[in-house]
Design a binder for this molecule. Structure first.
Ligand SMILES: NC(=O)c1ccc[n+]([C@@H]2O[C@H](COP(=O)([O-])OP(=O)(O)OC[C@H]3O[C@@H](n4cnc5c(N)ncnc54)[C@H](O)[C@@H]3O)[C@@H](O)[C@H]2O)c1
Length: 424
């Protein structure tokens, strides 16, 4: 077996929302980085110095890295073997029948299989189901006969950053590493030691579980106030007042606020536990609660206004969470589809996503209903509330599960919200 002939320090396979900021950060720390992506448009954008998506501080970082000349780009995954460390940051969606979809990872693994040599360290940065790191190690051992942990190294180093905070969190969030065999963890840590964050060594399956349960905890935490919001509607209670009663001066934890909870991680990562759960059901129920919020909002509108056919409904925001341009797995899309199925005239505005939407003014002009689907900071201002009141009128129903303006009403008419905000 030949030893690795390195022409780069690290390859990053998949220059998406996780891979590109990571590749840039590694280059910024002085490493020679090879960035690999199968999408020519993405490579072209990076080559031309354009960030293909919004991430705080990433455009300046890209400018700096281009000037430093420490990052090269290519399409072929097999070229990843030019570096000792190969980090996989490919997407890991789930199939609709609750099973991890590993096709991108399997395909990259097969591309690399013939070119891996002694000394290579394969690091899975993607979110993966428990057992996947051991599967990858077993696959390399089976097909190439490597001693994993001694000749070739395989580790899971899950990404736990929140979108928009990558550059801050890469240096602060503890970096969990689960290495296979004797030395994989240590070899993977040689790469991540370029960041200031502490490295925490564990087993592969514990690293996998820690990552998916980080997200399951968040997903569940948000399902509780969402369920409470539905319960409050049934009882004629105000969810924000009940939450205040729960949390006020209570020393044993608190409940989060309601909202449209989804996004590319939370919506699917629970399935990586659920696919093999011996006690299935709880996390499916959590998912059902969060997935029901758009329907709950539509039903709540209909209870107040009657049929929605030919009524104008403005949906503000299609991104999956505030102040991002990422609309993958956003519940706003589900909300829009449900409203369209009611034959409503749906008008959509989002100032951040790349998909074209109407202007704010066009969307809210003459609207019977305005739904804040994403609490972008642009929406949560006195100015935008005043613009809605002026353009849609006092009788426009405002639906604000995020409590964007602090009026503490999920459903209220624009005159009420304006009065509450003015008095509050
Ligand atoms: N987005 C987040 O905030 C976030 C946070 C933590 C963890 N994660 C996890 O990180 C992983 C990556 O997520 P992401 O949001 O960056 O995904 P992404 O879809 O934004 O990026 C994947 C990239 O891989 C490329 N690609 C796909 N198949 C390829 C192939 N065979 N060869 C080369 N390139 C290929 C795509 O063109 C794309 O640019 C997922 O497992 C995700 O669950 C994401």
């Amino acid at each position: 077996m030949t030893r690795t002939q390195s022409t780069a320090d690290v390859s990053v396979v998949g220059l998406g929302r996780v891979g590109l900021p990571l590749a840039l950060s590694l280059a910024d720390r002085g490493l020679e980085v090879l960035g690999i992506d199968g999408d020519p448009a993405r490579l072209e954008a990076v080559r031309e110095g354009r960030m293909p998506f919004a991430e705080t501080g990433a455009q300046e970082l890209l400018d700096r890295v281009r000037a430093g000349g420490r990052m090269s780009l290519c399409e072929r995954v097999a070229d990843g073997a030019r570096a000792r460390h190969i980090v996989i940051t490919l997407g890991t969606p789930s199939f609709s029948h609750i099973e991890i979809d590993m096709r991108d990872i399997r395909s990259a693994l097969d591309d690399l299989l013939g070119v891996l040599a002694q000394g290579h360290c394969l690091i899975l940065r993607s979110t993966i189901a428990p057992g996947t790191t051991d599967f990858v190690a077993g696959y390399l051992a089976k097909h190439r006969g490597f001693q994993i942990g001694e000749e070739v190294f395989v580790a899971h180093a899950p990404e736990r950053i929140a979108a928009g905070r990558f550059l801050e969190e890469i240096d602060t969030l503890p970096c969990i590493i689960g290495g296979v065999g004797a030395r994989s963890g240590e070899v993977a840590a040689e790469l991540f030691n370029v960041f200031r964050a502490p490295v925490v060594q564990t087993s592969p399956v514990q690293a996998e579980l820690a990552k998916i349960w980080t997200n399951i905890l968040r997903y569940t935490n948000f399902a509780l106030p969402n369920l409470l919001m539905m319960d409050c509607e049934r009882h004629g209670a105000n969810v924000f007042e009940v939450i205040d009663l729960i949390n006020r001066d209570y020393p044993r934890g608190g409940i989060a606020l309601p909202g449209l909870t989804a996004g590319t991680c939370l919506r699917k990562d629970f399935t990586f536990s659920e696919e093999r759960s011996p006690a299935p059901g709880m996390l499916l129920a959590v998912s059902r609660v969060n997935e029901t919020v758009p329907l709950f909002l539509v039903e709540g509108i209909k209870r107040r206004l009657g049929e929605l056919a030919h009524r104008k409904v403005a949906v503000l925001g299609v991104a999956f969470k505030a102040d991002t341009d990422d609309e993958r797995d956003s519940l706003a899309h589900k909300l829009i589809r449900l409203l369209e199925r009611e034959l409503a005239d749906v008008a959509v505005h989002d100032p951040r996503v790349t998909t074209p939407t109407m202007s704010f003014e066009e969307a809210v002009d003459g609207a019977d209903v305005v739904v804040v689907a994403t609490n972008h900071s642009e929406f949560c201002t006195a100015r935008s509330l005043a613009a809605i009141a002026e353009r849609a009128g006092a009788s426009c129903l405002i639906v604000d599960p995020w409590n964007c303006w602090g009026a503490a009403q999920v459903f209220a008419y624009s005159s009420e919200i304006t009065a509450l905000v003015a008095s509050g």
